[in-house]
Design a protein around this ligand. Structure first.
Ligand code: NAD
Ligand code: MG
Length: 392
């Protein structure tokens, strides 16, 4: 396959219909002379996917849902665009010759296409933290082997990437991830059992997809980000701190051996870290609200509460344990979050399911991406059984 060469940069968006995906599309559409879209991948929102495809005219449009190919083809009738459906088609989309790929599928479902893009040497903007959490070193090894590049899109990791002195990594003392604390930061422990999916999905600072919103509410999101930071920046678990910063203005910090602490600040708007990855190594314009520090007036910080947010402990333990533990943590969390959204378990049940799955699965090392996919599958089966036993 050869790239269509017209001077524009070829881009592919995996998960184009989601929160990160639509923000990415908006930045690309703001500068049509700069980008040519190779492939768009969505899942169930076919109307939006078809609208995006008619505007951006990618060489390939894919729905991950194998049963929806005909419906998507119908929506794109007369457009002349090539349409495909199913998991293999998602990987085919990642293999299209785009030199920049946004990985914005939610969950471990994004692992295979993200790895495919890395294997052919693409530059990947990584929003899809779950795939790095579940495949860890094995995925980082694909970056090395394929000659591609992984650019963080998660706001905390983008912040660290911007202030991390890679030439003097031995002079970095620690990295500090900031956390908004989510919607239940100030909730009493006694009130947490009754939290509903509607309450959990309404984040105070960020507008995001449903799954990551629930992860922010349990603080599992920060646990996943701890593991993500460990792999992206090759930092040991005990040198990654987490601090709650409710204003979400400082997106994360790096502390150096001379006592200096460097931070990146910005409005809580994902278009900034997406733009950073899209333009890298050049900065590009992002139409986000500019910071007005006098108006913000005060920035506050507090330690996270491990009692009310056990997910943080589980993630640290899984990272320390290594092997299949982070894969299980992620898979069980995905299953538990879905069960909570379907009202099959309560809010506190999410961390309980994850902990039970970690206790139940036998620890083992993972040798390949296929091995990761097998463990992910087995851990989902185990977590689903735990959910079924629990009920409400
Ligand atoms: P979302 O739910 O809004 O969008 C998910 C996208 O993935 C959609 O396009 C959907 O069609 C697609 N998708 C879902 N299941 C799929 C499957 N099985 N195969 C292929 N595609 C599938 O989620 P989001 O909030 O945009 O988050 C996407 C990723 O980015 C997540 O990993 C999340 O943790 C991460 N992230 C999001 C934010 C944010 O502000 N939204 C911030 C940091 C990181
Ligand atoms: Mg984040």
């Amino acid at each position: 396959m050869t790239a269509r060469t017209d001077g524009r940069r070829g881009v592919t968006i995996l998960g184009s219909t989601g929160s990160i995906g639509t923000n990415t599309v908006s930045l690309i559409e703001a500068d049509p002379a700069a980008y040519r879209v190779e492939a768009l991948v969505g899942n169930s929102n076919l109307t939006l996917l078809a609208e995006q495809a008619r505007r951006l005219r990618p060489a390939l449009v894919v729905t991950a849902d194998a049963d929806k190919g005909q419906e998507l083809a119908r929506l794109l009738d007369g457009s002349g665009l090539r349409v495909a459906a199913g998991d293999d088609a998602v990987v085919e989309a990642a293999n299209m010759p785009a030199d920049w790929v946004m990985a914005a599928i939610v969950g471990a479902a994004g692992l295979a296409p993200t790895v495919a893009a890395l294997r052919r040497g693409a530059t990947v903007g990584l929003a899809n933290k779950e795939c790095l959490v579940c495949a860890g070193q094995l995925m980082m090894a694909e970056v090395g082997k394929g000659g591609g590049r992984l650019l963080p899109v998660d706001s905390e990791h983008s912040a660290i990437f911007q202030v991390f002195d890679f030439e003097q990594r031995d002079r970095v003392e620690k990295i500090i991830l900031t956390a908004s604390g989510g919607p239940f930061r100030a909730f009493a422990a006694a009130d947490m059992a009754a939290i509903t999916p509607e309450q959990a999905i309404k984040h105070p600072k960020w507008s995001m997809g449903a799954k990551i919103s629930v992860d922010s509410a349990t603080m599992m999101n920060k646990g996943l980000e701890l593991i993500e930071a460990h792999h992206l920046f090759d930092m040991p678990e005990d040198r990654i701190d987490i601090v709650v910063h409710p204003q979400s203005v400082i997106h994360s910090l790096v502390a150096y051996i001379d006592g200096s602490v460097l931070a990146q600040l910005g409005s809580p708007d994902m278009r900034t870290p997406i733009a950073y990855a899209l333009g890298w190594p050049k900065r590009i314009n992002a139409p986000v609200e500019r910071l007005d520090l006098a108006k913000i007036a005060s920035l506050t910080f507090e330690a996270p509460d491990p009692e009310r947010f056990p997910a943080l402990r589980l993630a640290r333990e899984a990272l320390r344990a290594g092997g299949n533990a982070p894969t299980i943590l992620n898979a069980a969390n995905e299953v538990a979050v879905q069960a909570f959204r379907d009202r099959r378990i309560g809010f506190l049940g999410i961390a309980e399911v994850v902990e039970a799955a970690l206790n139940e699965r036998v620890p083992r090392p993972l040798a390949s991406i296929d091995d990761v996919l097998a463990e992910d599958k087995a851990a989902r089966v185990a977590a689903a059984a735990i959910v079924a036993k629990k009920g409400r």
